[in-house]
Design a protein around this ligand. Structure first.
Ligand code: SF4
Length: 381
């Protein structure tokens, strides 16, 4: 696939998981929940002849329901959760002379790259698990409790734009009590195959809704799907928390675009926050070498392994190197964000409820236990 050139884990064979997902759905003893990553809603339509950048979020919810999943959810919910933890971590590091810059940690190919290539820098990535893994951790605790289902019966299926997410779900650091947070990962292309196998006329499906408890999301979570989006989402929340002021203009346009390395400076009420963004591992390497050599002046850096970020992911419909396709998806992500009623992660009512009823506070004991991880020097694949 196209990911081979950029993500180290794609060196492993892409194992098709669709049969396992169908078997889990058919198993009456299992309670199968599915989640869909942000980047998929602007690309999946291409597998059905729709134009790149067509937003198909509602059709995806309908397709997942008709396939027979017991719970139909959105990884965007968990991206909002990631921001709660990651923005808290950034502020904590800024205020306590912590390690800077802080690096985003939601791209597993990038995490693997730093573990192999820069083991001396492993204290700088955020300790946050990636959104779909956080989703799995919450599905098997809070959600299981709320709906009264034994967590052992819950099978979490992630639909991801990414091949590296398959290996990520197997990382020993990301399992809880020896059960995986996420059980099965299918790519966008595999998910399209499943829709075809089910005989659905995807372009003509009506719009549906995600289920309650883990289906609500804000515009901040949608932009996780493209380069620059994670750090912009984190800033929308960190700004309000650090300054105590309402952020009126949520669009940080200076963080957007498709240049390989970008930088911006944001004024946090007199305190300057310097942000770096890189996509593609060659660009990431340049920023990391600067950090290693003590030349980096950033406070926070977002890194995505795939050019364009997840919209250009190795599990997405093939774009055969056509940059205009990735660009159309990238634009559609910001359209979806602009159309959302809520644009800041900490305003997501289901996230507020999750902290009230279960987690307590960001970086608290339960969060530490369920939502954070650590990194290790790795010598082999
Ligand atoms: Fe996966 Fe996204 Fe990272 Fe690409 S940028 S490897 S799709 S997480």
């Amino acid at each position: 696939g196209q990911c081979v050139a950029v993500c180290p884990t794609a060196a492993l064979t892409e194992v098709n998981a669709t049969d396992k997902v169908w078997s889990a759905i058919e198993d009456k003893d299992k309670y199968v929940v599915a989640q869909i990553a942000p980047a998929i809603r602007v690309a999946l339509g291409e597998e059905f002849g729709m134009a790149p950048g067509t937003i198909v979020t509602g059709k995806i919810a309908t397709a997942m329901k008709r396939m027979g999943f017991d719970g139909v959810f959105d990884t965007d919910f968990a991206a909002d959760l990631t921001i709660m933890e990651e923005a808290s971590e950034l502020i904590h590091r800024l205020e306590n002379n912590g390690t800077l810059p802080m690096l985003t940690s939601c791209c597993p190919a990038w995490v693997k790259f730093i573990e192999h290539q820069f083991p001396e820098l492993l204290d700088i990535p955020s300790s946050c698990k990636s959104p779909h893994i956080m989703f799995g951790a919450i599905a098997k605790t809070y959600y299981a409790e709320k709906i009264g289902v034994d967590p052992d019966k819950i099978v979490v299926v992630s639909v991801m734009p990414c091949i590296a997410k398959k290996a990520e779900a197997e990382r020993p650091e990301l399992t809880k009590d020896e059960a995986n947070n996420v059980d099965l990962v299918v790519t966008t292309r595999e998910f399209a195959t499943m829709i075809k196998e089910a005989g659905m006329d995807f372009p003509n499906l009506p719009d549906g809704e995600f289920d309650k408890l883990m289906g609500e999301s804000t515009g901040a979570s949608v932009i996780f799907g493209t380069t620059g989006g994670v750090i912009e989402a984190a800033l929308r929340t960190a700004y309000e928390w650090a300054t105590g002021e309402t952020l009126e203009k949520v669009d940080f346009k200076q963080l957007r675009g498709l240049d390989g390395i970008r930088e911006a400076s944001v004024d946090l009420k007199g305190k300057e926050l310097k942000i770096g963004i890189a996509h593609g591992l060659g660009n990431a390497r340049r920023l990391l070498e600067d950090i290693r050599d003590g030349k980096s002046h950033y406070h926070a850096i977002e890194i995505m392994a795939c050019p364009g970020g997840c919209v250009g992911g190795g599990g997405q419909p093939y774009h055969h190197g056509d940059a205009s396709i990735v660009e159309a998806r990238h634009k559609a992500i910001y359209e979806e964000d602009a159309g959302k009623k809520l644009r800041k992660s900490h305003e997501n009512p289901e996230i507020i409820k999750l902290y009230d009823e279960f987690l307590g506070k960001p970086l608290g004991h339960k969060s530490h236990d369920l939502l954070h991880t650590h990194y290790e020097k790795r010598d082999r694949i």
